[in-house]
Ligand binder design. Sequence first.
Ligand code: ADP
Ligand code: TPW
Ligand code: MG
Length: 569
Amino acid sequence: MSETQTDATLTDGFNLVVDALKLNGITEIYGVAGIPVTDLMRLAQEKGIHYFGFRHETSAGHAAAISGYMRQYPGICMTVSAPGFLNGMVALANATTNGFPMILISGSSDRAIVDLQQGDYEELDQMNAAKPFAKAAYRIERVEDIGIGVARAIRAALSGRPGGVYLDLPAAILPAVMDAGKGAASLIQVVDPAPASIPADSAVTRALALLAQAKRPLVILGKGASYARIEKDIRQFLETTNIPFLPMSMAKGLMPDTHPQSAATARSKVLAEADVVMLVGARLNWLLGHGKPPQWAEDGQFIQLDIDPVEIDSNRKIEAPVVGDIASSVRLLLEGLSSMPVKAPQDWIDSIEAHKAENAKKMATRLAARPVPLNFFAALGAVSRVVQDHPEAYIVSEGANTLDVGRNLIDMALPRHRLDVGTWGVMGIGMGFAIAAAVTQKAPVIAVEGDSAFGFSGMEIETICRYNLPVTVVIMNNGGIYRGDDVNRSGDGEPGVTTLSATARYDMMMEAFGGKGYTVTTSEDLECALREAVASGKPALINVVIDIHVGTESGHLKKLNPSTAQAAK
Ligand code: ADP
Ligand code: TPW
Ligand code: MG
């Protein structure tokens, strides 16, 4: 513990870091304590910033990142040096990949020793290690630069395409003192850190002209659109033009999934047949088949709304780029409709409707079944019925079958309420995202987790209990990664590659920390337990026993999974 500073004319690095964060509206820090940041965390807490202590830095980092996404303002993760820093890096890299604004602040060791590799405590050249994975990386080396360092980090995280920023705090600057008045004057409150970026009129007109002559137009909504909070204007734009839309996973709820213009249940058809596609904050990456055949029409034309000019033409030709911030871009497109009206042709709408009706019939049959042991459809159907009655609930999800089937079955009514594995398909976001959603949104959270996926952050249920958060974890326990019946072909009796414990009682883990645990084997019991758990507003975990034979290897990503056609040689 540092001694209490009694000289009123002096301040120090500890105080200045906390004051700089507070001045810029930071209200939470997620982290794991240790040298050299323990007292920094204590001081932050003392000065009114809520501190959430985690069991692993990756989860704390994911919490900061998703708080950034939900708030449109950087979340803060704080870690110790070297290993703690590296644990946090997974989340920082994931945030950069997904465009979530966050700042990873790590304490670091003595630079003079680190740079000569003389073996300091937790020695690592953290700033250079962070650079390839961060949108920006800064190190503050003088106590009088703390204000500038924090301001730069916030601006870098938020401006343009948001991302993860690394801020290195060498231990020596924390107790370093300076004149209190000069210290206060050195702090910077950032002004307009994510300035509007207005697209050119010509870009807007070009996009509308392309849409106006389309025979089979389609709008794709991505998480960039959710982040930009365009729910009001995009709804008006879509309802005025009657263009069908498809949400990417985390854009579900930007327009309600039950909206008649949603083409989600005719996804393959509209991708293959659309002649003009407008991408709104969605990238043509693997999640959209890179915009290429066979998923897409060879001669389809694209409009792309994005804040990053370099995104345009990244995978195929974009006929009408609209580079700007999405809120401004959509507003201008909406205004432009008065002079350039756009209406989706009725025969296109009719053909989509017919396809949707057919698929809905197939799905209804699937959902009516009540198999025991449960399969994913029956179990996730029960979850979706509860979510329908709780539109305010935040849904976190990860896994493979659990994620893919859940994404299709669980309708979202409100924007930014679905938080999942995003661009990388990363496992381990579960409890961190759930904690941040509960903390920042003061709403119930339902984390729908594969049994493998849960394991990556499972210890954080202690964190959930310690802070008494309204999080219900639902584990689809099929005893494995994808399925629970893998065979060890060596015959030596050890478990197969994807096998986990099908009889594991994850609910007892929750009980061990003081939360409520349930094990269920039927969809009725699952629905009942979930309703009770959400209504309680307290930590709960439902272990759902799923048939070990029903999962598909790699879920919906079967084609990406290479397998050997050769016998063992
Ligand atoms: P999804 O996974 O939902 O398809 P992506 O993460 O691939 O979404 O794409 C989101 C896109 O949105 C990124 O290319 C990013 O640059 C862009 N974006 C993020 N925020 C904004 C914003 N405020 N204005 C414009 N574009 C944005
Ligand atoms: C950080 C690879 C993708 S999906 C998955 C793994 C391990 C788990 C699937 O099993 P689960 O779901 O969760 O039980 P289900 O319903 O299909 O049985 N490490 C990281 N990220 C990824 N994506 C993996 C490994 C993977
Ligand atoms: Mg599983």
